[in-house]
Write a protein that binds this ligand. Structure first.
Ligand code: GDP
Ligand code: MG
Length: 162
């Protein structure tokens, strides 16, 4: 069956922009896949011979007190039904404490997690990813969801592994 990938990260990092780029169809699929609920936005896409399902989430604030419990409930469910987590951060904002809080939250699930540094158009990939490498989630994938830079390569790589 199709792997399910969940888009997770702070509000405004570009999750929905990436979702739109990765999906061609929406909505209709929920009924076809038992276990998916209507609370979240789902879409399907395909790269080469690899079809996939993407789940968009509202975002985790990662405020100092920890991850907002209400949002976390929704994100938790998305993560639990997924095969891989795509954790988006904002390459223009750089690494902020909220990202670290979200990284810690995500870690407890022990799911394959990929760190995507978004909004990277026009920036050195090496410079922009150095900061985020500290989170211990491996070498980040540097992308621009708005422009499409490196999105196909990144999704190809991820789907080869999940
Ligand atoms: P979400 O809250 O994480 O779903 O973020 P959105 O997808 O709604 O995007 C938030 C803002 O960031 C919007 O104004 C997008 O146009 C912008 N954005 C998203 N991706 C990129 C990108 O790759 N580069 C730039 N410069 N802006 C982006
Ligand atoms: Mg959104």
């Amino acid at each position: 069956s199709k792997p399910v990938i969940a888009l997770v990260g702070r509000p405004n990092v570009g999750k929905s922009t990436l979702f739109n780029r990765l999906t061609r169809t929406r909505d209709a699929i929920v009924a076809d896949y038992p276990g998916l609920t209507r609370d979240r936005q789902y879409g399907t896409g395909r790269t080469g011979n690899h079809p996939y399902i993407v789940v968009d989430t509202g975002g985790l604030s990662g405020e100092q007190e920890g991850v907002d419990p209400l949002m976390a409930g929704q994100v938790r469910s998305a993560i639990e039904e997924s095969d891989a987590i795509l954790f988006l951060v904002d390459g223009r904002a750089g690494l902020i404490p909220a990202d670290e809080a979200i990284a810690n939250y995500i870690r407890q699930f022990n799911k394959p997690t990929y760190l995507l540094v978004n909004k990277a158009e026009g920036h050195s990939h090496q410079l922009i990813s150095a900061d985020f490498f500290q989170m211990g989630l491996g070498q980040p994938f540097v992308i621009s969801s708005a422009h499409g830079d490196n999105v196909k390569e990144t999704i190809d790589h991820i789907l080869d592994e999940v």
